[in-house]
Ligand binder design. Structure first.
Ligand code: ADP
Ligand code: MG
Length: 338
């Protein structure tokens, strides 16, 4: 009995469309895995989660289904999202007691109903107190910006499902705009490109790998040719084809341009005093999409505002949510709603 309460089991969760990260109070980030679930279609029992489940993607037999319970930044499959969160929490501690307090981040553009769903899911997973924080705010805190300051900072967080754009000042978000075009759309654009231009069907994992390795939105210093394997759409047999990074860039351009347009829209919605701050301080890119080659350069070219890629952009939101958890009493007063 004396042991109860001796260690903290307060956690922070970055429940992303692409990746889930869990931060334990006093310890830091202890889990970082894809938000993917494989389950048995008949019994609906979860058979694999995270990294293990990602390996199964596109390779499972009929009785199993591999899904992403988070889509477009919101919970698409409640049962599986809850099962996934529970399984991840179980994974980080064998003698885990239900987390007492959970800080969890949500996209800035979600509805009250969607917020309620996230809260319910965390409560079903065992949390006594649930606090929500919006993703761009968490990202800003994570990369060390002073969110209470009287000047504006712009965060552009590009995840799997959503691109979240926000101007943060005086602990609020005077501008926030989000679109449901982000990393996943870029991956899908690559799949479509191979289907229509090379008559070859490639899997999502292969497409994502191509995107991360050679995907770009500005000419590269040295363009490269890569070998891509898939299934020939006409003959039905495995096929290898060669493409250049120039072709991949063309394929990525439509969704990438939508994301850049969204940043411009957000800039147009920003009050002049804040715009002036941004010219000086710049835009901060977070989320996995920050790593697309040339995105910083292209954004700077199209907006005239300096652009910085955050250090370790994939963990920015989790680090920020963790900081809020560490200092919960303070942030409860200035930022959070129960
Ligand atoms: P979420 O918050 O939605 O879980 P993340 O911030 O974890 O998303 O980012 C995941 C997205 O970033 C995925 O679409 C992934 O393909 C993409 N990504 C990760 N690394 C890179 C990279 N080096 N280049 C381009 N995209 C990347
Ligand atoms: Mg995210």
């Amino acid at each position: 009995m004396a042991l109860l309460g001796m260690f903290s089991n307060d956690i922070a969760i970055d429940l992303g469309t692409a990746n889930t990260l869990i931060y334990v109070k006093g310890k830091g980030i202890v889990l970082n895995e894809p938000s993917i679930v494989t389950y048995d279609v008949g019994s609906r029992k979860i058979v694999a989660i995270g990294e293990e489940s990602k390996k199964m993607m596109g390779r499972v037999h009929k009785e199993l289904s591999t899904i992403r319970p988070m889509k477009d930044g919101v919970i698409a499959d409640f049962e599986m999202a809850e099962g996934m969160i529970k399984a991840f929490i179980k994974k980080i501690s064998s003698n885990w007691m239900p987390a007492k307090r959970i800080v969890i981040c949500v996209p800035s553009g979600i509805t009250e109903v969607e917020k309620r769903a996230v809260r319910d899911t965390a409560e079903h997973a065992g949390a006594k107190e649930v606090y929500l924080i919006s993703e761009p705010m968490a990202a800003a805190i994570g990369i060390g910006l002073d969110v209470m300051a009287p000047y504006g900072n712009m965060i552009v967080d590009i995840g799997g499902g959503t691109t979240e754009i926000a101007v943060i000042a005086l602990s609020g978000m005077p501008t926030n705009y989000s679109i449901r075009t982000a990393g996943d759309e870029l991956t899908e654009a690559i799949v479509r490109f191979f289907r229509s231009n090379h008559n070859i069907l490639i899997g999502e994992r292969m497409a994502e790998e191509i995107k991360c390795q050679v995907g770009s939105v500005m000419p590269l210093e040295e363009e490269v040719i890569i070998e891509v394997k898939g299934r020939d759409l006409v003959a039905g047999v495995p096929k290898v084809t060669e493409v250049s990074s120039v072709e991949i860039r063309e394929a990525l351009n439509p969704p990438a341009s939508q994301m850049i347009e969204a940043v411009k829209v957000a800039l147009e919605k920003t009050a002049p005093e804040l715009s002036a701050d941004l010219l000086e301080r710049g835009i901060f890119l977070t989320g996995g999409g920050a790593l697309i080659k040339g995105l910083d350069e292209r954004l700077k070219m199209e907006t005239g505002v300096p652009v910085h890629i955050a250090e370790d952009p994939l963990t920015a939101v989790a680090r920020g949510t963790g900081k809020v958890l560490e200092d919960l009493d303070y942030y409860k007063k200035v930022l959070l709603k129960r």
